[in-house]
Design a protein around this ligand. Structure first.
Ligand SMILES: Nc1ncnc2c1ncn2[C@@H]1O[C@H](COP(=O)(O)OP(=O)(O)OP(=O)(O)O)[C@@H](O)[C@H]1O
Ligand SMILES: [Mg+2]
Length: 337
């Protein structure tokens, strides 16, 4: 059992320190947790397939579940394999088959094989697994975990009960962050907590990691500190940039954003994402808004593919210039009608 106070000065990552140890301490996913709890209680545990975005509690849930089922026998009854292990067909033929084919003579319980990050298993390995899953159902249950369910072959999907772990609601992330703040005796302003929650976008791991890294740089955590430490643009700066894009000419807007990028060391991609959020909250003629959103998506794709930042910045400014023209035309049309 981890003593919170004694570990405070160690460099233990908070994501591990605060990993839920039992099913009750998993935030959100009430429906999934209660279903799994019922399956355990009624002793009709199926093969499971957990999928969903990172940091939503998939690994934590199955580990908490396994600890609850096996307690001190965890070590002998559970086989955990993740992306750091070999994921080829030989693992299915040897490690998995060996573990699955043997029965613990001291208990009637089935064993559990956790295949974490199963979407990185080769297709051959997944195909080989189909038969193993069926053949050893008496001895063993499988829990496959992945981010992208499309990378799991249909035959495996149909053998498992699927649970989707959706991005966590901000309410649950906030609750957990407030709990950690209390345990760690941190001083965090309300807007600082909101900034952490907002930047996490449904990923609890990201929220906890941001909190830990920010707490290492300062004792008084505010919204501004959170944005600065994570290399994200401040909301006020984004508001100003968007207003310039909407009102000023091409030359001025381009220079302003370029200077901002150089002075604050913030990436164009982060600026673009924040502008996208900000745009969703402003009142703008529909046609222009649709145009802007489509263009922002294109620019994001091009930046992530490694295209030139300067050209993409000019495309961003141009997109707003064009959207303004569309808005003016729309207004004129309305007046004429
Ligand atoms: N629902 C949750 N309740 C409480 N803590 C959570 C939850 N989800 C994630 N966490 C925190 O985030 C950390 C990472 O969670 P976990 O490893 O379960 O995510 P995951 O869904 O398996 O992500 P990945 O797909 O990247 O493997 C945990 O150690 C825990 O601290
Ligand atoms: Mg995981």
């Amino acid at each position: 059992m981890i003593d919170v106070n004694s570990t405070k000065k160690t460099n233990l990552m908070w994501v591990e320190k605060y990993r839920p140890t039992n099913l009750n301490s998993i935030s959100s996913h009430e429906h999934i947790i209660s279903t799994i709890q019922r399956l355990i209680d009624e002793d009709c545990f199926p093969h499971l397939l957990f999928y969903g975005p990172p940091g939503t509690g998939k690994t934590s849930t199955i580990i908490a579940c396994a600890h609850q089922m096996y307690q001190k026998n965890y070590g002998t009854m559970v086989l955990e394999l993740n992306a750091s292990d070999d994921r080829g067909i030989s693992v299915v033929r040897e490690d998995i088959k060996n573990f699955a084919s043997t029965k613990n003579i001291f208990t009637n319980q089935f064993k559990l094989i956790i295949l974490d990050e199963a979407d990185s298993m080769t297709n051959d390995a997944q195909t080989a697994l189909r038969r193993v899953i069926e053949q050893f159902t008496k001895n063993v249950r499988f829990c496959l975990i992945c981010n992208n369910i499309n990378n799991i072959i249909q035959a495996i999907q149909s053998r498992c009960t699927k649970f989707r772990f959706a991005p966590l609601d901000n309410k649950f992330i906030k609750e957990r962050i407030e709990y950690i703040i209390k345990q760690e005796n941190l001083k965090v302003e309300e807007d600082g907590i909101n900034a952490v929650v907002r930047l996490a976008s449904g990923d609890m791991r990201k929220a906890i990691n941001i909190l830990q890294s920010v707490s290492m740089t300062t004792t008084q955590i505010s919204e501004e500190v959170v944005y600065r430490c994570t290399g994200n643009p401040d909301l006020k700066d984004i508001e100003e940039i968007t207003q310039i894009l909407l009102k000023d000419d091409f030359e001025f807007a381009y220079q302003h954003i370029q200077n901002f990028i150089i002075q604050k060391g913030i990436s164009l991609l982060d600026i673009l994402r924040e502008i996208h959020f900000y745009c969703l909250s402003i009142d703008f003629p529909q046609k222009s808004m649709i145009y802007i959103l489509m263009k922002l998506a294109d620019i994001e794709t091009r930046i992530t593919k490694g295209c030139s930042d300067k050209i993409q910045l000019s495309s961003l400014v141009a997109c707003f210039q064009q959207a303004r023209e569309l808005a003016t035309n729309e207004e004129m049309n309305l007046e004429n009608n």
